[in-house]
Design a protein around this ligand. Structure first.
Ligand code: MLT
Length: 242
């Protein structure tokens, strides 16, 4: 198994496809996805286009859907919620499909959706993502950060490093590119103070300006959930049976 870290979807090769793509958007899309599925959501369906989300979700009875839209860290008008994982309580999401569109995370998913295996990871479900990779042993794995509108995000690359570190400890030959070792080093530098890292990150500072301190702390809870979102249809993520 060879791991390749790409800091943003735009940096992934356009002439190749991995055996497994791991989409990472720690603040907050992939944390929200893991939390919603952990709390009983039937599925999370990702949309890069909010109008398409609104149109497709119309086909679902209101009591069986939740529309989650975020742009710039703020909720989108016409949706039931923004993109806060803390909003995804069992009471709200159990048995429902979460229709999700965010600034970057759902766009990253779109970029890699044709890979044979697509999972999503964040700090909250890092271990179960590593366990899946170790069990499946895909030959090539892309760890894809979502970034922010094409720019680098510290938190996503650090999470890629958190995943790669556990893989590297089991197989030192798993490094596929320099970015992977760089991500490991970043995570090792901050693993004892992820909240501190997130508070210094550009999107973390945006979240603090929006009063989303509790979300930021929640997203830093490493290995707190054993939920692994797996793509079961284009753009549709459901709990993997691990
Ligand atoms: C993203 O897609 O970039 C994030 O999830 C934005 C957010 O929810 O704060």
């Amino acid at each position: 198994m060879k791991l390749f870290v790409y800091h943003t979807p735009e940096l992934t090769p356009t002439d190749a496809r991995p055996d497994c793509a791991v989409v990472i958007d720690v603040l907050r899309a992939t944390t929200t996805i893991a939390t919603a599925l952990h709390n009983g959501a039937e599925a999370v369906q990702a949309f890069s286009d909010i109008q398409k989300l609104l149109h497709v979700s119309e086909q679902w009875p209101a009591e069986k859907r939740l529309r989650a839209g975020e742009r710039g860290g703020k909720p989108v008008e016409g949706c039931d919620m923004g993109n806060s994982p803390l909003f995804c309580t069992a009471e709200r999401v159990a048995g429902r499909r979460l229709f999700l569109s965010t600034t970057n995370g759902t766009r990253a998913l779109k970029r890699v959706e044709t890979a044979p295996i697509v999972i999503t990871a964040a700090q909250v479900n890092r271990q179960v993502a590593v366990d899946f990779l170790q069990a499946q042993q895909p030959e090539t794995v892309w760890l894809v950060g979502s970034g922010w509108e094409g720019a680098y995000s510290l938190e996503d690359t650090a999470c890629a490093g958190a995943i790669a570190l556990l893989c590297y400890q089991r197989d030192p030959n798993c490094l596929g590119n320099d970015e992977t070792l760089g991500a490991i080093a970043l995570y090792q530098q901050w693993q004892q103070d992820l909240v501190g890292l997130f508070q210094r990150a550009s999107h973390g500072q945006r979240m603090l300006r929006l009063g989303l301190d509790a979300d930021l702390s929640y997203c830093a809870n490493t290995d707190s959930l054993d939920a692994l979102p797996l793509q079961t249809d284009l753009g549709v993520l459901q709990l993997a049976k691990v």
